[in-house]
Design a binder for this molecule. Structure first.
Ligand code: FES
Length: 152
C-alpha cells in the first residue's frame, strides 16, 4: 500500500455517512476501548448467533474522523463473518478496505481492531468459551462510563 497523506474518498464517505452507528440491545459482546493520547473512545457491539456468526455489528465512537471511518468500516467487515474471521479483521485490513490512512492516523485504525477484539473477548467470557488467538483487550474502558454523553 502506498503511503497516503490525505483522506481517501472511502474514508471521507465512511466519515460522512458512517454505517451501523448505534447500539445493539442485549448484544452478545460489547467492547469499549480508548486511546489515552488523543482521548478518542470507541465502543463496538456484536450480535453473534449460535453458529458463531456475527449477525450484526454496531458502534459508537467519540473521536476523530478517521476513528469514525475505521469503526464504520470495521463493522462492515465483521458482519456475516465467523468469530474466527472477525478476529482476523486487523487494523491493516480496515485500512486497506478504506484505501489507506495518513500515517498520523494509523493509531485510529488500531482502535477499531482493539474494539472488535474487546467485543469478542466479552462474548467469549459471557459464553465461557475460548477463541483461539484472542488476547485480553488492551485499553479497555469501564463499561459504565457514559463517555459519549459527557464528551465535548
Ligand atoms: Fe485518536 Fe483518531 S486521533 S483515534
Amino acid at each position: 500500500m502506498s503511503q497516503v497523506t490525505e483522506y481517501s474518498e472511502k474514508v471521507m464517505d465512511h466519515f460522512r455517512n458512517p454505517r451501523n452507528v448505534g447500539e445493539i440491545d442485549d448484544a452478545s459482546g460489547v467492547g469499549t476501548v480508548g486511546n489515552a493520547k488523543c482521548g478518542d473512545i470507541m465502543r463496538m457491539y456484536l450480535d453473534i448467533d449460535d453458529q458463531g456468526i456475527v449477525r450484526d455489528a454496531k458502534f459508537k465512537t467519540f473521536g476523530c474522523g478517521a476513528a469514525i471511518a475505521t469503526s464504520s468500516m470495521a463493522t462492515e467487515l465483521v458482519r456475516g463473518r465467523t468469530v474466527e474471521e472477525a478476529l482476523k479483521v486487523t487494523n491493516k485490513a480496515v485500512m486497506e478496505a478504506l484505501d489507506g490512512l495518513p500515517p498520523v492516523k494509523v493509531h485510529c485504525s488500531l482502535l477499531a481492531e482493539q474494539a472488535i477484539h474487546a467485543a469478542l473477548w466479552d462474548y467469549a467470557e459471557k459464553n465461557g468459551i475460548k477463541i483461539e488467538g484472542l488476547k485480553p483487550p488492551v485499553n479497555d474502558i469501564d463499561e459504565t462510563e457514559e463517555f459519549y454523553q459527557t464528551g465535548g
